[in-house]
Design a binder for this molecule. Structure first.
Ligand code: NDP
Length: 495
């Protein structure tokens, strides 16, 4: 009851004299949903030999959006063979300048159809439309543009080497940035002259399937990209297929380890982009209002379904209280709800399974003795939702400080000295990203050097660019995506 009263008192509209945002729903009538989808193999949409399919839903409403094919072993084999034939006959022989034209074309079509893709991404994944519209789509197109630029300049990218493609790449991607992860994977692979079999995540297959249509519209030669929908078993069959030369995976550390075991000793190339538990470190000389925006963007962007999310806030003890107060006030203004509403800040949790996982970890934090505070907001009655949450009084040993929650849940820890901040930041099995907020440039450079994190943001968080390599240390995986480093992962540079 007391909690409810506090919620009502803290509600943002009351502070603005009872004004609230009017609904601003994005139209969906320009997105045609197909009732069922086949697999893209050898340039054609085919029914699965497995004769199996599954339903994909909108996590904000639990409505079924479409029926999607579930690829079995036979389908995986057909897709790998189609990719091999396209590699040998067409793609590996094509001059880089010609490959580039296809990539430019794909980028431009994505831009032209950006609105359709953004709406579909939001419907299938639950992320706010303003994020799919302003982040996922522009970045996906940017990855194709950027890599198109490299396709005919590989000799200059790696002077003194003779870069050669690897062959057939198996790419398995997660559900948090479905189209963007497809772009991160496909663009460098194709620019380098490889062909691909791509498996999107079970809960978010629709934009990858529509991307298949874009590839056809761009007249990409048949078999250069094959798209297989399915669940974990399809992914396992694909990465274990003997005809694959390179595996690129983004997802959980657990599955990443299983894939590494499968590939051990095979000589096939592997890159793994896995989980994270990033420290976002705020020093007492930081601009606090700006830091609060960075903290919110770091953990509540995309409902916290972000591998590099700033899920551990390390704040200098002297400013912990005012900073957490400011943070809670800001959190109270976050609009949680219909992902298709242009005013929504935090959308739906991607699946029932992910919501269960978040709830279980939050319960463990409470049981351990941490103090939870949740943004006062009404949640829709249907769909999967979780209030933006912040935990204080967190000890480093708690599961909420150690494990990836992959939801809108922040754990706050304090430190006194820069050494202590570094020690706590590095006290994690992961090493994907980190953030530093301070007025001192020298401190930023020092911390960036001492932290075992692949990406360190300074006075900002969650910024991405195709030119900038992204990837982790330790249990966050190995290999880089983006920039020249990302390109190298799809090339044989031994001669
Ligand atoms: P997974 O690692 O299971 O999924 C990632 C992709 O791998 C999906 O396409 C999945 O298919 C596929 N896959 C699953 N099992 C195998 C396998 N044995 N061999 C090959 N491919 C496989 O992540 P979950 O979706 O289960 O999420 C679990 C947790 O992982 C989350 O709670 C989060 O903590 C973390 N995660 C981290 C991500 C990151 O970017 N670092 C992204 C997603 C999740 P399918 O979807 O059908 O299961």
């Amino acid at each position: 009851m007391a909690e409810e009263l506090e919620r009502q008192r803290d509600r943002a509209p009351a502070r603005f004299g009872g004004l609230d945002y009017a609904p601003a729903p994005e139209a969906t009538d320009h997105v045609t949903l197909r009732a069922d989808h086949g697999l893209l193999i050898g340039g054609r949409w085919v029914a699965p030999a497995s004769e199996r399919s599954f339903k994909t839903i909108n996590p904000a409403t639990e409505e079924v959006l479409a029926e999607v094919a579930e690829a079995g072993d036979e389908d995986v084999d057909a897709a790998v063979k189609a990719a091999r034939a396209a590699y040998a006959k067409v793609w590996s022989r094509m001059p880089g300048a010609e490959r580039a034209k296809y990539l430019y074309r794909i980028a431009r079509i994505l831009q032209e159809r950006a609105r359709e893709f953004a709406v579909l991404e939001t419907m299938n994944g639950g992320k706010p439309i303003k994020e799919s519209r302003d982040v996922d789509l522009p970045l996906a197109a940017a990855h194709f543009f950027y890599h198109a630029g490299w396709a005919d300049k590989l000799d200059y990218a790696f002077p003194g080497r003779r870069p050669a493609p690897l062959g057939v790449a198996a790419q398995v991607i997660p559900w948090n940035f479905p189209l963007l992860m497809a772009a991160w994977k496909l663009a460098p692979a194709l620019a380098a002259g490889n062909t691909v079999v791509l498996k999107p995540a079970e809960t978010t297959p629709l934009t990858a399937l529509r991307l298949g249509e874009v590839l056809q519209e761009a007249e990409l030669p048949e078999g250069v990209v094959n798209i297989l929908t399915g669940a974990g078993a399809t992914g396992a069959a694909l990465v274990g297929h003997g005809g694959v030369d390179k595996v690129a995976f983004t997802g959980s550390t657990e599955v990443g380890k299983a894939i590494q075991r499968t590939l051990a000793g095979s000589g096939r190339k592997l890159t793994l982009e896995l989980g994270g538990k990033a420290a976002n470190i705020v020093f007492e000389d930081a601009p606090l209002d700006q830091a609060v925006e960075g903290i919110v963007n770091g953990i509540y962007f995309n409902q916290g379904h972000v591998c590099c999310a700033g899920s551990r806030l390390l704040v200098q003890e002297s400013i912990a209280e005012p900073l957490v107060d400011k943070l809670k006030r800001r959190m109270a203004t976050l609009r949680v709800g219909d992902p298709l509403d242009k005013n929504t800040d935090v959308g739906a949790i991607n699946s029932r399974a992910q919501l269960d996982k978040i709830q279980e970890l939050v319960a463990s934090g409470e049981a351990d003795g941490a103090e939870a505070w949740q943004a006062p907001c009404e949640l829709p009655t249907r769909g999967f939702w979780f209030r933006p949450t912040v935990f204080t009084a967190v000890a480093q040993s708690y599961r909420i400080a150690q494990e990836e929650i992959f939801g809108p849940v922040l754990s706050v820890l304090t430190f006194r000295t820069p050494d202590e901040a570094v020690e706590k930041a590095n006290n994690t099995p992961y090493g994907l990203s980190a953030g530093v907020w301070t007025d001192k440039g020298s401190r930023i450079l020092e911390l960036a050097n001492r932290m075992r994190a692949g990406v360190v943001w300074a006075n900002t968080f969650n910024r991405f660019d195709p030119t900038s390599p992204f990837g982790g240390y330790k249990e966050s995986g190995f290999g880089r995506e983006g920039g020249r480093h990302g390109l190298a992962a799809y090339l044989d540079l031994s001669s």
